[in-house]
Design a protein around this ligand. Structure first.
Ligand code: IFL
Length: 444
């Protein structure tokens, strides 16, 4: 009798697996349905594809059906972004549990191999919802900075030493050195590859579709803003970093033949100002396009407390930074995306009701500079502004995030409201929409 029951169960399992496989086969996209890089262009179904995007690191968090999730809000945010003309979102795949105050709580990963399935299913929901809206995702698999645990947390798990939160120590140089030690740790790389494999080969629990077969993924991204080391990185550090990029990207392609892989690099400011390092990092045959980020206040090119005095020089430097990367991409012969930029609200305010005149002018300048170069057929293929706060609001008088607060584009390492765009920022939203329309018109 037992034998018969076992046999029936096995047959049932075989049948179910075959049906799932057959359903997935039937819906498997053709090569043309995935965005790919050709020369300095992105192509989708034989047509130019331009990234008109935003950043929403917390997309998977909102998608969770658990306590921290808010699916109704996610759906509403995506509807708003769609109306704005957004077609791409940069999102975090995994976070590592950290003790310091600058990191998001909970984390998707609570120690090596210990993943929170509810939170991971949140990314599934996010992916299912963006696909419905014809929005694509860039999914990053690690973080050089501390707000999602990231590389410094991997190293803390390995060395047993607590992460020294640079928000507290103010010692960013030694923090960066610790983060970069991640590239050289065999244990860290082995553990990270297990996580990469888990995410990349995942089957979406909402759609039943494998991530590998999901055309809504524009690219897998190694990490948010990986750097070779601190500002004193040696030639050896740089070589290790370039090799790490090549090897990891190759590994991801071995798991997923359908999608592009990108670095998440900030460009020259994340490459010690070293053009060779930036070019080398993106010359790997396994890196399909180039990325850069631009932060004129973080980098001291603009002082938000003295805007009138520092605006002209800050904008001049910004324009140069925007253009110089496009010229480098021409030499490397790959497409380029400006995947982060932003500016404070006027005079560095965080309050949702404060004005955004300088930010609005800055957004217009960035969009216009890039739009004109896209139009001229240069290697720039789009942008993602940082970031979408949408309907999130903080109730904290000091603007610092705490567990249970709304998730917004400003991560927990920064004041809530610093750079993100709220759904009430109408003047900025109108500029985003104006240029989204212009960019889409170029793809006709
Ligand atoms: O929040 C920051 C984020 O870590 C990033 N780049 C800069 C953002 C604003 O400071 O990736």
């Amino acid at each position: 009798m037992n034998k018969i029951i076992n046999l029936s169960i096995s047959l049932l399992l075989l049948f179910t697996t075959s049906v799932v496989f057959a359903v997935e086969q039937a819906s498997i996209a053709s090569k043309d349905d995935y965005i790919s890089a050709k020369g300095t262009n992105f192509l989708l179904k034989g047509k130019q594809y331009y990234v008109v995007g935003t950043n929403m690191w917390y997309g998977g968090y909102l998608g969770s059906s658990g306590k921290v999730g808010d699916r109704a809000r996610l759906v509403k945010e995506l509807d708003s972004l769609k109306l704005l003309g957004i077609n791409n979102i940069r999102v975090l795949a995994v976070s590592e549990k950290a003790e310091h105050n600058s990191a998001v709580r909970p984390a998707t990963t609570n120690g090596f191999g210990n993943h929170d399935e509810d939170l991971l299913a949140g990314l599934d929901f996010f992916m299912a919802e963006i696909a419905k809206r014809n929005i694509t995702a860039v999914i990053y698999l690690n973080n050089f900075w501390q707000w999602s645990g990231g590389m410094s947390q991997y190293m803390s798990w390995i060395t047993g030493k607590p992460v020294q939160d640079p928000n507290v120590t103010k010692d960013w140089e030694s923090f960066m050195q610790t983060s970069a030690s991640f590239y050289q740790s065999k244990k860290a790389q082995d553990e990270w590859r297990k996580t990469i494999k888990k995410i990349v080969t995942r089957v979406n629990t909402i759609t039943g579709k494998s991530y590998v077969n999901d055309p809504a993924i524009l690219s897998w991204q190694l990490a948010n803003e990986p750097r070779a080391g601190n500002w004193k990185a040696s030639e050896k550090d740089k070589a290790i970093y370039v090799k790490w990029i090549n090897d990891t990207a190759k590994y991801i392609h071995s798991l997923d033949p359908n999608h592009m892989v990108s670095t998440g690099s900030e460009g020259l400011m994340g490459s010690n100002g070293d053009e060779k390092l930036y070019s080398d990092a993106h010359s790997s045959p396994y890196i399909n396009y180039m990325t850069y980020h631009m932060w004129i206040r973080n980098w001291g090119w603009f002082d938000q407390k003295k805007p009138a005095e520092t605006w002209d020089a800050g904008v001049a430097k910004a324009k140069e930074y925007l253009n110089v990367h496009i010229d480098i991409a021409k030499k490397v012969n790959k497409p380029l995306v400006l995947e982060e930029f932003g500016l404070d609200r006027d005079f560095g305010a965080y309050d949702v009701k404060s004005t955004t005149h300088y930010r609005d002018n800055f957004y217009r300048m960035v969009f216009d500079t890039l739009y004109n170069r896209v139009k001229a057929g240069d290697p720039i293929v789009g942008y993602n502004f940082w970031a979408w706060n949408g309907s999130a609001r903080t109730t904290r008088s000091n603007y610092w995030w705490q567990s249970g607060d709304d998730f917004m584009g400003d991560p927990p390492q920064e004041e809530q409201g610093m750079y993100g765009i709220f759904d009430s920022d109408i003047s900025t939203i109108l500029i985003i929409k104006e240029y989204a329309d212009k960019m889409h018109a170029l793809a006709q």
